[in-house]
Design a protein around this ligand. Sequence first.
Ligand code: PLP
Length: 420
Amino acid sequence: MHDKTIAIHAGYDKDSQATMAVPIYQTTAYEFRDAEHAANLFALKELGNIYTRLMNPTTDVFEKRFAALEGGAAAIATSSGMAAIFNTIANVAEAGDNIICASKLYGGTLTLTSHTIKRFGIEARYFDVHEPKQLEDLIDENTKLILFESITNPSIDVPDFEGIVEIANKHGILTAVDNTVATPILCKPFALGCDISVHSTSKYTTGQGLAIGGIVVESNTILEKIKGNPRYAHFNEPDASYHGLVYTDIPLPIFSLRMRLALLRDLGATPSPFNSWLFIQGLEHLPLRMKQHSQSALEIAEFLESHPKVLKVNYPGLKNDVNFPYAEKYLSGGYSGLLSFEVESFEKAVEIADKTELFTMVVNIGDSKSIITHPASTTHQQLSSDELIAAGVPSGLIRLSVGLEDSQDLIEDLKAALEG
Ligand code: PLP
């Protein structure tokens, strides 16, 4: 089936009331038929609902639909994108382990990996996504994950998937891709050989800036990489916290199963059923929206590229962009709605951000409403000018998240701000 059909139908079988729209199951708990039923559910002898921190029928439709769109085996929805990333790391690594991350990542993921997980005893090492050979010097027997973004936010790079996956597979290490900016519509990480896909569903999935959420999807082949692999002993040995369960003995998607049974149970970063319902609404038109976001962003990138006051435009759909060959290889159907451009100075960038009227100043992306951000005065304010350059964020850089307004109106707005 094609994405547009999956986005509307997958995962929902109509409930007992035959409702066309997926119902919101706004409940904390579920009645057991009797004590034996309850015991069977806890012992995994029967599968079914226990408590909404672990599962919920509305969230279940969202998880199944998202997994189907991504071509994965199963998914776990979380309360935010950051919760999805933390749960992914926590599902593979423990104190004494390390993970290897792209050096250019969303700011929250950078602080999570460089500061917070360090306090849990997990070390993060960094590599350039266009220089996968760097991984060889960073990998050791305690490396548990390679984490990168399919389109990086805010530097807008597309990685060398093939090079990264080849080295990861050689060493038996799982790869996780943050596919938030590309979405399952423009990038299919599993078809590119990756094992785990994570998303902030707060962005393009809701599509209108309506709710915070995240999701972790596992591939159909992850079991082959985990079973018998000494790097992932905790999947292969009895889990003392779940009466000696050995995950690799169970004929279910085990990455998600462990995340549900151990991490949702103990960390509790679960989405509300209402937010899951909002994400289901967003998914229905995600394929249509991503096409429009991409088309408008390309038109705007081309306009900016030809403007004399613009020094540089970063957009993987531009033929002169260093990421264009990677984007041609690994994305399909568009290059998403995120782009950035550089003007002569910090002051000029602030002036442009202040002058645009249709672009709203907000630190978010993936909204139907266009957004303008000046990273040097907001998200990256604490960095020195040298650090800004190292982070790929020069002081005159402006980031745009192109929304669904008419692209000509957006171009007029930017033109007036640049020339005003
Ligand atoms: N990943 C990427 C690429 C993001 O852009 C963001 C947020 O902007 C996140 C993860 C974190 O998501 P959330 O804000 O839903 O926690």
